[in-house]
Design a binder for this molecule. Structure first.
Ligand code: SF4
Ligand code: SF4
Length: 489
């Protein structure tokens, strides 16, 4: 009936429904009668194409249905005229009768990023068992100052031209950025000097195994924050995140967090959960929040990539149950856990910066859009690399066909995601992950879809409960790399 409205009825228990209108920023619990009457009301208010009973959803809808699309809709589906009148009043009051703005954005023209992510090195001082990059298994590569400078010059010039409030310099990569310490510190000093009165905001991801001198510098210089990998209970962390010498790294990471906490420094923690550690997730969350003060805590099941390929799957019902229990514990500390694809409050057609001209430089100076495609050797490098240093006016030559293909990967072009109530929150999930899971063919979903929908449902029910129990309404915002965490603002 009214596909543009994107209003979904998600079955709960006992014939109750959760009605979710992501684009309107509205969710409420509903009876079968209300769900039955809504299509007629919406059809009456729309342009007259309503109630036609077209398709009941797609492969990716996860059991929900779009209100008014097939399956029990139609005028008068749930009651008499009087009932319909009150449903119409409710729908109007809830804002469901207005046409919401589209969340779809699409970049065009030559790329003009104002932030650069430098993949400083593939070397690492840890040997995590689930490392997607298998860091330490192959000869390490190191970025040079020339490569870093060229990227920094480019984004500062772009930021100036665009009148942007700041230029961004981020450190990430298939290794540990702080291992290439001189380049980290010197490149940021260069950026701040080169930027003059334009602000430079710097952030990094890291494994937390830092010296005191490094911690001092990070607190003083990485004003955009730090995303630390820490798995919770020390025994859990140490099992999967040993040093290159085979020792547990938790004492070092906890010292870093203690120092960050004492300094009031903004940092986030990311937990990676392997199948056998799922039962310990709630205790791990409690341990972190009892002892430290991260601004955000992100939880992701370990991917079966890199060193973790072939290991037991953690994307399971058990993960959902443990996450729910962990969320209950986190709530006692005033935290809502983050799972990258379940983002109620964010409306977007982009899961991450891959479709938005992410500008990341490999150690060799080539341009990748993806944090996981940090090297030209990556299996999907041909998809994610879209530029190289070259004779272009800004020191780069871009492959516009490759860039346009990346820009075209927004969720609006994924037929599997059509009809999924999480579509505008999840935005199709990590594209690198889906390539690894599905290969290069048409996206056919993954087990993460079920996790995403369950957690989106949880977030909606929590918001309804905290908004008085009847209805929740919201605004929204956007974001960078959902999977690995971006700047911690
Ligand atoms: S979310 Fe996935 S596709 Fe996007 S940058 Fe991160 S790894 Fe790459
Ligand atoms: S990838 Fe996300 S939007 Fe697409 S079907 Fe799965 S959960 Fe829904």
């Amino acid at each position: 009936m009214d596909g543009a409205r994107d209003i979904f009825a998600i079955p709960l228990e006992d014939e109750a429904y959760l009605v979710y209108a992501p684009l309107h920023g509205v969710a409420f619990a509903a009876t079968k009668g209300l769900v039955g009457a809504l299509p007629g009301v919406l059809a009456g208010e729309s342009s007259g194409d309503g109630g036609s009973g077209e398709d009941g959803g797609s492969a990716g809808d996860g059991g929900s249905r779009e209100v008014g699309k097939g399956g029990g809709g139609g005028k008068g589906g749930g009651g008499d005229e009087e009932n319909e009148g009150s449903v119409a009043a409710f729908a109007r009051e809830a804002g469901l009768l207005r046409t919401p703005p589209s969340p779809v954005t699409h970049r065009r023209g030559a790329p003009s990023p104002t932030e650069v992510t430098l993949f400083l090195t593939t070397a690492c001082n840890l040997r995590c068992t689930y490392c997607y990059a298998s860091a330490g298994d192959t000869p390490a590569t190191y970025m040079t100052m020339d490569v870093a400078k060229r990227g920094i010059d480019f984004v500062i010039d772009n930021a100036r031209r665009a009148g942007a409030p700041y230029a961004g310099v981020n450190y990430h990569g298939g290794g540990e950025p702080s291992v290439h310490w001189n380049l980290m510190t010197e490149s940021l000093a260069y950026a701040r000097e080169r930027a003059g009165d334009l602000a430079v905001i710097a952030a990094s991801a890291g494994n937390g195994v830092f010296t005191d001198r490094q911690i001092d510098w990070m607190i003083a210089n990485l004003d955009g924050g730090m995303s630390l990998s820490f798995d919770g209970l020390p025994e859990v962390h140490d099992k999967h995140r040993p040093t290159a010498q085979g020792k547990g790294s938790s004492p070092r990471v906890m010292r870093t967090m203690k120092r960050f906490t004492e300094a009031g420094y903004p940092y986030a923690v990311r937990l990676t959960v392997t199948a056998e550690q799922i039962p310990l997730l709630p205790d791990s969350i409690e341990f972190i929040l009892s002892n430290f003060t991260p601004k955000r805590v992100q939880v992701e099941p370990a991917y079966q990539l890199g060193r973790h390929e072939g290991e037991p799957d953690a994307e399971t019902e058990d993960f959902i149950a443990a996450y729910r229990e962990a969320q209950v514990r986190a709530a006692r500390f005033g935290h809502e856990l983050i799972y990258s694809a379940a983002r109620v409050g964010t409306l977007t057609n982009h899961f991450c910066g891959v479709t938005q001209d992410n500008f990341c430089l490999s150690p060799s100076g080539n341009v990748s859009a993806c944090f996981e495609a940090f090297s030209e050797e990556n299996e999907f490098a041909d998809i994610f690399f879209y530029g190289s240093s070259g004779p272009g006016p800004d020191g780069y030559t871009f492959d516009m066909d490759a860039l346009d293909r990346l820009r075209g990967l927004g969720v609006e072009h994924r037929s599997f995601c059509d009809g999924c109530f999480a579509k505008w929150n999840c935005a199709g999930d990590c594209y690198h992950k889906s390539l690894s899971a599905n290969g290069r063919g048409e996206f056919a979903g993954s087990q993460r879809c079920h996790i995403t929908r369950e957690l989106v449902k949880d977030q909606l029910l929590t918001r309804i409960a905290t908004s008085g129990g009847l209805i929740w309404r919201d605004g929204h915002d956007g974001e960078p790399c959902a999977l690995h965490g971006g700047r911690d603002e």
